[in-house]
Design a protein around this ligand. Structure first.
Ligand SMILES: [Fe+2]
Ligand SMILES: [Fe+2]
Length: 357
């Protein structure tokens, strides 16, 4: 962390000034210049608090979360609430969840949570729900309808198979490239709930959905994937403006599918390299409209940093401030109808994907 300088983030033309160098996201819901309805919320994700033994925890992951909480507390103007994007814990142990919640307890203001697979698969979410309540819910805030989904479920028969221990099940899901893992899904029950929930919302209300896994299909081997993504997207299709914010991928991702903008939040724990499907078109669904360039996946803080998300009437501009990387902006292009990486679109300007998978 020593090579971090504190960076000031200034939203041009706006009143928002925040200083930060760690991966939290600040989201502004903008309804018009100086509208009283405008508000911001912060987004922190993927802390992966890891117990070593007893009260010893992996220090790096603790520090990432502690610092994100401290910086969220410094935001000015105050965010209306903070959203936590899942994977508080590494192996879902009560000790890890408790330790993470203790750190998050220092946050000022309300905090909403979504379930991550690392919180879930040891006890199918029992401890998380006991501490935090339901794993899917919705709420309205200043004219915006927010929906929280548990997108990391999988087939009932797999979840309830006879496992020697819950930890065996967790370890199947906590690994990348594991042929014994299973694809994530929202599932029939929650999709019925979502349909009923959205049935009460007018089509011109901005809708923001929080999930842990992307509600789109990016890379199955790493579960950067939700198996019933298309069915969830279909339920969101009738709305004018929909934004899906997710964690899980520990990297920058931006996409637009029809009326839905997708943005990933960076992790406080570590960055994942970009998966190989970014260069393997055959399993690359959907084609990303914004082909983000990458830097060095083996730089421990690459793809962590500060991102500012500005939602104007549902279209999102994202400003990234990354260590050892130029700041850049992904902005919604009215003419093209999707976000454009404004600075890095020229292929010659991009850092090539590294092929070492
Ligand atoms: Fe994660
Ligand atoms: Fe995850």
């Amino acid at each position: 962390m020593s090579n971090y300088s504190r960076r000031k983030f200034l939203k041009t033309g706006g009143a928002l000034l925040a200083a930060s160098s760690l991966p939290i996201s600040m989201v502004e819901m903008a309804f018009g210049k100086d509208s009283e309805q405008n508000f911001t919320f912060a987004y922190i994700s993927d802390s992966h608090i890891t117990q070593i033994k007893g009260n010893k925890f992996v220090r790096n992951w603790d520090r990432g979360l502690i610092r994100a909480v401290a910086e969220a507390n410094l935001l000015d103007p105050r965010p209306d609430f903070v959203f936590y994007g899942g994977d508080i814990a590494q192996l879902g142990k009560p000790e890890e969840i408790d330790h993470g919640l203790e750190i998050l307890g220092a946050l000022r203001g309300d905090i909403h949570y979504v379930m991550g697979e690392h919180d879930y698969y040891v006890d199918l979410g029992d401890y998380w729900r006991k501490q935090l309540g339901p794993d899917h819910y919705s709420f309205d805030h200043k004219g915006v309808h927010f929906v929280v989904l548990n997108s990391i479920l999988t087939h009932e028969e797999w979840m309830h198979r006879k496992w020697d221990t819950g930890m065996d099940r967790m370890k199947q899901m906590a690994r990348l490239d594991n042929p014994n893992g299973q694809p994530f899904m929202v599932g029939d029950k929650q999709r019925s709930w979502l349909k009923a929930d959205l049935g009460t919302v007018s089509k011109d209300t901005p809708v923001v959905v929080f999930s842990h896994s992307p509600l789109q299909k990016i890379y199955k081997g790493w579960n950067f994937w939700t198996d019933d993504a298309e069915q969830v997207q279909a339920l969101l299709k009738p709305f004018d403006k929909v934004t899906v914010l997710y964690g899980h991928v520990h990297q920058i991702q931006t996409n637009q599918i029809g009326n839905i903008s997708f943005h990933a939040a960076m992790a406080t724990a570590w960055p994942w390299p970009y998966p190989s499907t970014y260069t393997q078109q055959e399993s690359y669904l959907p084609k990303l409209t914004v082909d983000m360039n990458r830097a060095d996946p083996f730089f421990e803080r690459d793809a962590t940093g500060w991102q500012f998300i500005n939602l104007h009437s549902g279209n999102v501009d994202v400003h990234y401030t990354l260590p050892d990387n130029e700041a850049r902006v992904v902005a919604f292009d009215e003419k093209l109808g999707h976000p454009v990486d404004t600075k890095y679109q020229a292929v010659a300007d991009r850092t090539s994907p590294q092929k070492h998978y």
